[in-house]
Design a protein around this ligand. Structure first.
Ligand code: AMP
Ligand code: MG
Length: 522
């Protein structure tokens, strides 16, 4: 059995409705995350029993489970809509071994009050996809909701074509979204009862995610600033690995700072800021290069919902929100610069000796180098992940402190012609690295390589691999490739022999990716 704690249902009843779950012909766990279950202190024997499967599939909700669909709103592609969990339910909260609170949430668990015209179900392919990509993101060290299990239900549902239905068991620090605040704000109309609900939501979110801010001079302002800081860091991490979320609607931006709601997401291969995979994103609103702006836009919408709580005087409330919001662009730029410096083994700002004029010139040189590299990668259609793997191996080979495997040495040789287009850029980069080195001890060479490896994943969920693995699961019930992929992506910075053997793109993979399209699967 699982012991659920349910703090969300202490909020005003406007924030949720009871969700009935559903009755499916079967409930069978097809993928299960033992390590995560262990971290959460969940009883695995129970979860893998028929009773456990009945719970995880939404067929049997125990007395102490919240069993609610959460209400929220959202700007979907810019248009405001009242939404809510239309095919999901919150089972309840559990406390991990480390004492952290997590939501256990089912996706594809049947219709709710918020289903609108939907059937409340989810298809197997997209649920397996969310499991795989969210776990890959976790492996990459990026804050994300996690996946505990996928269950098959024995039902078929109509999408573009008939598909098997499934339930995903999702684990999140919470499911409070920018859209949850927009929902509360939309209800207020400045009436006292609903204003109180909005205040309650903010207090709850502060207690749950930013408890240290409860005693700040203006906790709401501090809360807004903290979310801005987390989101700036998050989107900079996405950019660093080429992750494209695909539907960054305000309901898919979490207050906790976790990546949430994996739909038509995919990793960019050939570098281009305009890269879009989602079939419904026709204007490129959520393209790779747009993500930092869109997160900013979503944070501005969040700011609007907090105005009434920020200050009694509307002008002062606006001034406070504006002041906080202005910090977003700066915070993002700082992370972006730091992350890309790390990818190139460079110090982001200062040398340890910190002579300010030198630091400034280093900053400028590093920025120019990053911009120049990205421009060349775009012009020459280089693969984003592979380029940084190549540069990492190249630097390891150059460094005297590293022992480089024959495999790595061969790869650098083999792909030298592909990267010849960067040769003069590489010379400038190596000169800058050498300047750093002369400033520092020899030991520093080791740090450079470590830093590059820690910021340049050797493997990401390649589109062709993901599609192939999902296809086998869905059509042949064969999870071998899927599980291999999950394993390969667990420690993407390991630079293992196995990872290096698939790190470089062949022509076929490049071509497959050119026409790659992803679907919401809703
Ligand atoms: P998503 O694309 O998963 O972020 O979903 C956007 C909104 O549509 C959310 O309110 C979902 O609950 C709802 N939704 C998506 N698919 C379905 C479905 N099959 N049935 C009911 N509601 C759905
Ligand atoms: Mg969503």
């Amino acid at each position: 059995m699982i012991k659920f704690d349910n703090t969300y249902t202490n909020l005003s009843h406007v924030f949720y409705t009871k969700a009935p779950g559903h009755h499916t012909p079967i409930a069978e766990v097809v993928v299960f995350n033992n390590a995560l279950a262990d971290d959460l202190g969940l009883p695995q024997d129970f979860l893998l029993s028929p009773e456990g499967a009945a719970l995880l599939s939404g067929n049997a909700l125990p007395e102490d489970a919240a069993g609610i669909a959460m209400a929220y709103a959202g700007h979907q592609f810019g248009s405001f809509t009242m939404l809510g969990d239309g095919r999901a339910l919150l089972l309840g909260e559990v406390i991990s071994r480390e004492g952290r609170r997590y939501d256990l949430h089912l996706k594809g668990s049947g219709p709710t009050t918020y289903s609108r015209r939907g059937d409340g179900k989810a298809a197997m392919g997209p649920m397996l996809r969310e499991y795989l990509i969210s776990e890959a993101m976790h492996g990459l060290g990026i804050p994300t909701t996690r996946s505990l299990a996928v269950l098959r239900t024995g039902e078929w549902i109509q999408r573009e074509k008939l598909q098997r239905s499934a339930v995903l068991v999702r684990v999140a620090e919470s499911h409070i979204r920018v859209g949850t605040f927009q929902y509360a704000m939309a209800l207020t109309n400045h009436d006292a009862v609903h204003l109180n609900a909005l205040r309650q939501l903010a207090d709850y979110a502060i207690q749950r995610h930013y408890p240290h801010l409860a005693s700040a001079e203006n906790p709401i302002l501090a809360f807004y600033e903290a979310i801005i800081a987390r989101q700036a860091a998050l989107v900079a991490q996405w950019q660093q690995v080429g992750f494209i979320h695909g539907v960054l609607n305000t309901d898919n931006t979490a207050i906790s700072g976790e990546t949430i709601d994996y739909g038509p997401c995919a990793f960019m291969d050939t570098y281009h800021p305009d890269t879009v995979f989602s079939s419904i994103d026709q204007n490129g609103r959520y393209a790779y290069g747009q993500q930092p702006y869109i997160i900013g836009w979503n944070l501005a919408r969040l700011g609007e919902t907090l105005l009434l709580l920020l200050h009694d005087d509307p002008d002062q409330a606006h001034a406070l929100a504006d002041g906080a919001y202005k910090k977003y662009a700066e915070a993002y730029q700082k992370h972006h610069h730091e992350n890309f410096c790390h990818k190139l083994g460079l110090y982001p700002n200062a040398f340890p000796s910190n002579k300010s004029h030198e630091s400034e010139s280093h900053f400028k040189r590093a920025s120019a180098l990053i911009d120049d590299l990205l421009k060349r990668m775009r012009d020459h259609q280089l693969d984003f992940t592979e380029t940084f793997v190549y540069l990492t191996l190249l630097e390891a080979l150059r460094s005297e402190s590293e022992t480089v495997s024959a495999q790595a040495e061969n790869l650098v040789q083999q792909y030298a012609t592909r990267y010849a287009v960067l040769s003069d850029w590489i010379t400038t980069w190596q000169q800058l690295l050498s300047t750093q080195l002369s400033e520092n001890s020899l030991e520093y060479t080791k740090v450079v390589i470590q830093r590059m490896k820690a910021h340049n994943p050797c493997v990401i969920p390649r589109n062709a691999w993901v599609e192939e693995a999902l296809e086998r699961c869905v059509t042949a019930h064969d999870y071998t490739r899927y599980n291999e992929l999950l394993n390969l992506l667990k420690k993407p910075y390991a630079y293992s022999e196995e990872q290096l053997s698939v790190a470089f793109m062949n022509e076929k993979a490049v071509t497959t990716s050119k026409n790659y399209r992803t679907f919401c699967g809703t």
